[in-house]
Design a protein around this ligand. Structure first.
Ligand code: PGA
Length: 256
């Protein structure tokens, strides 16, 4: 049975002091995480040291980052390297989020370079894919996701696949309050698994965690997480509230 991963993407919210206080609240509420459930939070970069320290008291929650540069070091003003993230105990990094693609010009080629840097350096890359509303409407959504997957995973060898997590995040469901139906999510997750099986082998596709993201909240998490190919959630808005996030963790516990 695949593990369920519940990941909080805080986006550009919570500086160091807000991070300390949110994690202190989470410590009160997230008291049990089942062995087959992984929980992580991805604060903004400047808050990673505060989060790393706070998580010493909350060992059942892992630390993730929202971005990384693909080069090892050097003249890249404003950027952060894998080595810097390692020093803080970061295990997971979100790559290719639709907001990065849309507002920061991240292409499949850039995303692929980041993925390669991460998987070669022992991190787990959470690769986001997902179609826009017009692509859902015009029926091209499978092709869009297939292209994103192939682009992100170019030259990633099969033995690095345990370092890859895919997050299916339909852009029309992010921060909009609108969620993909459990059937729509399941359909796309099954498609992603099939594509991974054709790029690699069935065994890699069977063990690949595929998360759903897009307005997941306590009220819809159970239905989404009970789909056979939905292996967790990448949660934005609801991960900023200790109560909501803890409730989603509890729902994941019940699934496992
Ligand atoms: P949301 O964000 O849960 O606020 O829709 C999800 C994400 O962008 O990762």
């Amino acid at each position: 049975m695949r593990k369920l991963i519940i990941a909080g993407n805080w986006k550009m919210n919570n500086g160091p002091s807000a991070t300390r206080s949110l994690l202190a609240q989470m410590k009160e509420k997230i008291t049990d995480v089942k062995e087959n459930v992984r929980v992580l939070v991805c604060p903004p970069s400047v808050s990673l040291p505060a989060a790393a320290e706070a998580l010493n008291d909350l060992p059942s929650v892992d630390l993730g980052a929202q971005n990384v540069h693909f080069e090892e070091s050097g003249a890249y003003t404003g950027e952060i390297s894998t080595e810097m993230l390692s020093e803080l105990g970061v295990n997971y990094v979100i790559v290719g989020h639709s907001e990065r693609r849309e507002y920061f010009g991240e292409t499949d080629e850039i995303i692929n370079k980041k993925v390669l840097r991460l998987v070669e350096n022992g991190f787990i890359a959470i690769i986001c894919v997902g179609e826009r509303l017009e692509e859902r409407k015009d029926g091209s959504y499978f092709d869009v996701v297939k292209t994103q997957l192939k682009g992100a995973l170019k030259k990633v060898p099969f033995n690095r696949m345990p370092h890859v997590v895919i997050a299916y995040e339909p852009v029309w469901a992010i921060g909009t309050g609108e969620t993909a139906s459990p059937e729509q999510a399941q359909e796309m997750h099954a498609f992603i698994r099939k594509e991974i099986a054709s790029l690699y082998e069935k065994s890699e596709s069977e063990s690949l965690p595929i998360l759903y993201g897009g307005s997941m909240k306590p009220g819809n998490a159970a239905e989404l997480l009970s789909q056979p190919d939905v292996d967790g959630g990448l949660i934005g808005g609801a991960s900023l509230k200790a109560d909501d996030f803890a409730q989603i963790v509890e729902i994941a516990n019940q699934q496992r």
